[in-house]
Design a binder for this molecule. Structure first.
Ligand SMILES: [Zn+2]
Length: 413
């Protein structure tokens, strides 16, 4: 007896059954094998389609929401997976320099912020606008009580910096030497009491303001934070906007908020330090620009305002917000025309406006790529130049901010 063969089955029958079973088994195996091959092929197809997805494409292949500049013809990323989109920061495409210009700008302003916090005199305590007058009175009493007499030698003057290290970076001794009246140097060996009394009065008037506590720094740091936020969100926007339509929507809103933050916070040092002694104008201008900024952000975020019809309204809001800075700048230049700091800072602000203005003109006219479409796809197109001008403008404003700090630290109100 053969094991496994039913007793009532002949050998031929059992052979036939075995052949049928073999056939079935083989067919199942073939089917499994072919399925495996199919699934492998399917995987390869997926891989291929993924690789195809991560290829750079031309302008004509883009969905409408990614079509922005028809003069940049090639090297677009389009709806890549998020990981590949983020990693594309290290590869070459037409957004590479847009990402890196503002990322480097962000790192530069981060360095400036740390430098400012560490190297520029800090505000030990924050004198309010009302306190400033009291401080001046206090300083006068300090001067009259003989403190200034103690500063009559260079060593004593050095003590000023020791006791008030916040003033150290403004080079107090050099400032004093430069500011001393000429007759002091011509006094020679004369001990004319009139000359000495006069010199004492002059020195008193020079040193008195130096005893002011440094003015508060928050408007300056608000500007630095606004600049860093704008540069970082812009860089992120350029990197991952192409991932999906939803991502593009979110990142463009974030970009609007960043631009608004830079414009609004740029007003803060200008308005605060110019009108620190005139609370009415200080509050008026700061309240105005803050309200304007909040309104602009709201308009940018509300879906109803995203329609193409509102595009001019949105652009107009940003434009008006920037241009409205002319009002406090002109006010300051007229009210403090006798102060070199006011004129110098206005000069920096004029330069800043020139940089921003040039950047916007280049951005809007799409120069130079409109002259040679496709020639500036990777390097040199208008948006990259616009980014460079934005950083130059923000840095000029930083320099103006340093002038304001020095002015108000030394003069107070
Ligand atoms: Zn940009």
């Amino acid at each position: 007896m053969c094991v496994g063969v039913p007793d009532n089955m002949s050998f031929e029958d059992s052979m036939a059954v075995s052949a049928e079973a073999f056939e079935k088994t083989s067919s199942i195996e073939r089917s499994v094998a072919s399925n495996g091959m199919e699934s492998k092929e399917g995987g390869n197809q997926m891989k291929v389609s993924k690789e195809v997805k991560c290829e750079l494409v031309d302008f004509d292949s883009l969905p409408d929401y990614l079509k922005d500049n028809e003069f940049i013809l090639r090297c677009y990323r389009c709806e890549w997976p998020l990981k590949e989109t983020i990693l594309s920061i290290f590869s070459i495409h037409n957004e590479t320099l847009n990402v890196w210009t503002h990322l480097i700008g962000f790192l530069f302003f981060l360095f400036l912020t740390v430098f400012t916090a560490m190297m520029i005199p800090r505000d030990a305590t924050v004198p309010s606008m009302q306190q400033s007058g009291q401080l001046t009175e206090t300083n006068s009493s300090i001067v009259q009580s003989g403190v200034i007499d103690r500063l009559s030698s260079p060593l004593r003057a050095g003590e000023l910096e020791t006791t008030m290290p916040a003033l150290g970076s403004w080079h107090v001794p050099e400032l004093l030497v430069n500011c001393l009246p000429k007759r002091f140097s011509h006094a020679g060996n004369h001990t004319d009491p009139c000359v000495l009394a006069s010199v004492k009065n002059d020195v008193t008037s020079i040193i008195s303001p130096l005893l002011m506590q440094p003015v508060t720094r928050w408007p300056f740091f608000a500007f630095l934070c606004g600049a860093m936020f704008c540069l970082l969100t812009s860089s992120m926007c350029h990197l991952i906007l192409c991932h999906s339509e939803r991502m593009a929507y979110i990142m463009l809103r974030l970009d609007y908020i960043g631009i608004t933050a830079l414009i609004v916070t740029s007003f803060y040092p200008l308005v605060f330090y110019s009108f620190v002694c005139q609370p009415f104008y200080c509050h008026l201008y700061m309240g105005f620009i803050t309200t304007f900024g909040v309104a602009t952000i709201s308009v940018s975020l509300v879906p109803e305002f995203q329609a193409a019809d509102f595009r001019p309204v949105r652009a107009g809001l940003f434009f008006c917000m920037g241009v409205s800075g002319l009002v406090p700048i002109m006010h300051k230049s007229i009210a403090f025309h006798h102060r070199p700091e006011a004129i110098l800072s206005a000069g920096y602000e004029l330069l800043m406006g020139t940089f921003y203005g040039l950047g916007v003109v280049i951005y809007a006219t799409r120069i130079p790529e409109r002259w040679m479409p496709g020639r500036f796809d990777i390097v040199g197109h208008s948006h990259q130049l616009f980014h460079v001008f934005v950083i130059a403008g923000a840095y000029t404003h930083y320099l103006a901010g340093l002038v304001y700090l020095k002015w108000r630290d030394i003069e107070g109100c």
